[in-house]
Design a protein around this ligand. Structure first.
Ligand SMILES: [Co+2]
Length: 295
């Protein structure tokens, strides 16, 4: 496909993602059901002619990533703390991915500020030809957060058709080994997570899984048909049990054991400290990175 058409698809997906985040912001109040927010944002994406690139993630407090409401999820937002809304739309398979953090009670605004400042510094240093290792080292020297701690094991990622996490990664702290170079025309979801200086600065997996994606594997036997159907419906993009029939939900753990599905466990800050997130989708152009999800 022609490069301009590809970029147009990314741009459209990013516009819809940014509009969903703008719509999400006023919905974040104590007592609101997480399920209601997720379903409204996913509906907005579909009404705009796109599809969710992954289930809407709503992560509260020390939950850093990968919590999407489950079917009939009763959880509601608390009256205080940080709420991360992470949204993505795709157009013809080309995904966008962006996030905002809302501080419900006004206790942790500085964590959001430091995540956003570091994200902007990373984006300002992104340009074609730069080695990722050098990019991160430079950004860290210029803009290392002073009052908060970066979460070191959550990284930005390249976006490709029907692939949300593939190709090159963009860590937030200087990596020991990283051979990749940023190239013109590439699209990335760049993201930064901060926690307090009491935090571990590391996200750890919980037992709970709310998001799955297909590995591409189609086993023989009874699970073959459902495996083919899920691949046809979602390709390799992440999906929610909410989007399945109850009979299909019952097969998820079996499909995971057969390596048909990847399971994404909920990720929590290692010492249960509050987490803020900032994320944008950017395209690398000759003069630098252009943010596609600004709103
Ligand atoms: Co994201």
């Amino acid at each position: 496909m022609k490069l301009t058409i590809v970029i147009e698809a990314f741009e459209q997906a990013a516009r819809i993602t940014a509009d969903a985040l703008a719509a999400a912001k006023p919905m974040v109040r104590g007592g609101v059901r997480l399920l209601e927010i997720a379903e409204r944002l996913e509906r907005l994406i579909c009404e705009r002619g796109a599809r969710p690139a992954f289930p809407v993630n709503i992560c509260v407090g020390s939950i850093a990533a990968h919590y999407s409401p489950l079917p009939d999820d009763p959880r509601t937002l608390p009256d205080r703390g940080l709420v991360k809304i992470d949204v993505g739309a795709h157009v013809d398979g080309y995904p966008a991915d962006a996030a905002i953090t809302v501080d419900i009670s006004g206790d942790y605004g500085w964590l959001i500020d430091e995540a956003e400042t570091y994200l902007e510094a990373l984006i300002a240093n992104l340009r074609p030809g730069v080695a990722i290792k050098r990019l991160i080292k430079q950004t860290y020297e210029e803009a290392k957060p002073l009052r908060s701690r970066l979460i070191v094991n959550l990284c930005g990622h390249q976006l490709q058709r029907f692939k949300l996490h593939s190709g090159k990664s963009i860590p937030v702290v200087p990596p020991r080994f990283h051979r990749e170079v940023i190239r013109e025309g590439e699209v990335f979801a760049v993201e930064v997570f901060t926690t307090t200086t009491r935090g571990a600065g590391e996200a750890v997996a919980e037992a709970l899984v709310t998001i799955y994606s297909h590995t591409g594997r189609i086993p023989g036997g009874q699970l073959g048909e459902i495996s083919r159907q899920l691949l046809a419906r979602f390709n390799m993009l992440p999906f929610s049990p909410r989007w399945l029939d109850p009979s299909e939900v019952g097969l998820l753990s079996q499909l995971h054991k057969k390596r048909v599905l990847t399971a994404y466990p909920v990720l929590r800050e290692g010492r249960n400290e509050p987490v803020a997130q900032a994320e944008h989708t950017v395209v690398i152009e000759r003069g630098g990175a252009r943010v596609l999800t600004r709103f």
